[in-house]
Design a protein around this ligand. Structure first.
Ligand code: NAD
Length: 259
């Protein structure tokens, strides 16, 4: 299927690896020119070069912490107005509700709620003026089925979900769609880190922790970044103009619910 977005421009945040990189690659395959971002420059430059070479599109790489005001300014200055925004940042650490203080909550809110909101506020007005735009926020299956040990993530993502629910309807008439993609368990460094925590706590190997978690997913495996990226690219396509304000689960059937 031709996604109809060849020649458009996208900012894909936190995209040197994992789900962000999957989204960057799928958009590049559709002919979209990219600004890619991550905190560290070595992995970012390597991923940007690989995407440039494989898909023959223009890629600007901006090393910056997207969750900081300075970092966001640096990224926004370099990317300029874009047609497509994929917001993403690292997820907060797991723990017990008693572990977290006000500072921990503010950090989680900054990364996973206030940063995507700031990026939308910066980029959506130009999309509206141009009459076309796409925003996809990478959130989590924890929005639909909160994960007890990820209380910081549950809290921040619930806030972003509420913001998107209203805002997506306010901007829809201008041709701009805003949706959230909710990853279930995907094979990335983040999944490894969470599995390693379980392995350490329970005295099992990393492989045992992984296969135990995979067995709880109806498809019996973790998702891939490529599958995730393909869904993101479709949401950014010209075919997805009627999909507004949705929270779309990509979880191999992990969340057992009808709605
Ligand atoms: P990952 O750790 O594999 O990759 C994260 C990427 O983000 C890296 O490129 C890293 O450099 C970059 N990054 C992190 N914080 C950043 C920041 N502040 N500024 C700029 N770049 C930053 O993570 P992932 O598995 O791809 O997850 C992406 C998001 O999806 C996270 O918020 C995560 O919590 C969420 N999520 C992931 C899963 C999963 O199973 N992988 C499940 C649910 C939710």
């Amino acid at each position: 299927m031709d996604l109809g977005i060849r020649g458009k421009s996208a900012l894909v945040c936190a995209s040197s690896r994992g789900l962000g990189l999957g989204c960057a690659e799928a958009l590049a395959e559709a002919g979209v020119n990219l600004t890619m971002n991550a905190r560290g420059s070595d992995q970012l430059e390597a991923s940007a070069a690989a995407v440039r070479e494989k898909f023959g599109i223009a890629v600007t790489a901006v090393a910056a912490d997207i969750a900081s005001e300075d970092g966001r300014k640096k990224v926004l200055d370099r990317c300029g107005p874009v047609d497509i925004l994929v917001s993403n940042a690292g997820g907060p650490p797991p723990g017990m509700w008693t572990d977290w203080n006000r500072g921990d909550f503010l950090k989680a809110l900054e990364s996973n709620m206030l940063t995507p909101i700031a990026l939308m506020k910066a980029l959506v007005p130009t999309m509206m003026e141009r009459g076309w735009g796409r925003v996809v926020n990478i959130t989590s299956q924890s929005v639909k089925a909160p994960i007890p040990s990820l209380g910081l993530s549950n809290s921040a993502r619930a806030g972003l979900t509420g913001f998107v629910a209203g805002t997506s309807r306010q901007v829809a008439k201008s041709g701009v769609t805003i949706n959230n993609l909710l990853p279930g368990v995907h094979a990335t460094d983040r999944a490894d880190a969470l599995d390693q925590g379980i392995a350490n706590a329970e005295g099992i190997t990393l492989d045992e922790a992984r296969s135990r978690r995979a067995s709880t997913i109806p498809v019996g495996r973790y998702g891939t970044s490529a599958e995730f990226g393909a869904a993101c690219a479709f949401l950014c396509s010209r075919h997805a103009g009627f999909i507004v304000g949705q929270n779309i689960l990509l979880d191999g059937g992990g969340v057992n619910a009808t709605l």
